[in-house]
Design a protein. Structure first.
Length: 238
């Protein structure tokens, strides 16, 4: 036997290694993922809720009302003009009362029943066709110090009583007087037309009160003498 043949026979695997054909490789087994019905149901519920929310939002955006707005400062009693008013399209709550754009012409020429500020919606109750000081009335300005101002806000149209409080030891026989020192104090009926803000430093509030013509000078004399007090009347005026 030749040395070459001996080396071939001594090879570990011999010629059969070269003739071996590799078989197909099996793919790794992947276990199927377990389905979770609870997670699927929750996902569907969230999708449905999101769709409903979008639908409601689109409905609210589409359901808008054209209303009248205030674009300039308007004092109490001032006649409204077209320049004082604007318009806006808003999603209006059913409980909110606002003048519709279709009724804009009906409020032009009326008077502001309250002080109007830019950016606010105009409500029907904020305008009036009547003069704030009517025939047979006079306007009396009343200055109130901080301790004399009611905690309840004073608003136009509110009924009040102007009470004469004589100085200590004095009798009620001055201007507009007539009552004795032990009698009931004199009063004058009035109606708030406007109340200013508190003055810087002093805190004094000026209230314009409409009174009967016969009572105007009396109330003015009480105010000048510092013997006048303002009292809120009952809502029904009694």
């Amino acid at each position: 036997m030749s040395k070459t043949q001996e080396r071939i026979d001594a090879a570990p695997n011999g010629p059969s290694v070269q003739g071996r054909v590799a078989g197909p490789v099996a793919p790794p087994r992947v276990s199927a993922r377990r389905r979770r019905p609870g997670v699927i149901a929750l996902s569907l519920a969230l999708i449905a809720a999101g769709g409903a929310g979008v639908a409601v939002l689109l409905f609210q955006v589409g359901d808008r009302t054209d209303v009248v707005t205030v674009v300039r400062d308007v004092e109490v009693g001032q006649v409204l003009t077209a320049r004082d008013l604007g318009r806006a399209s808003v999603a209006l709550d059913a409980d909110v009362k606002a003048v519709r754009v279709d009724d804009l012409k009906s409020v032009v020429g009326k008077r502001a029943a309250v002080e109007l500020k830019p950016g606010s919606l105009l409500a029907p109750s904020q305008v009036t066709k009547d003069a704030l000081v009517k025939a047979g009335e006079q306007l009396v300005p009343i200055g109130l110090e901080p301790k004399q101002i009611p905690a309840t806000a004073l608003v136009p149209g509110q009924k009040v009583e102007l009470v004469h409080v004589p100085a200590q030891g004095a009798t009620d026989t001055g201007a507009g007087g007539g009552g004795g020192s032990g009698g009931a104090p004199r009063t004058v009926e009035g109606r708030v037309v406007k109340a200013s803000g508190a003055a810087p430093g002093t805190g004094v509030v000026v209230v314009d009160v409409a009174t009967a013509v016969a009572d105007g000078p009396t109330a003015a004399a009480w105010e000048a003498a510092g013997t006048l007090r303002l009292v809120l009347a009952a809502p029904d005026g009694s």
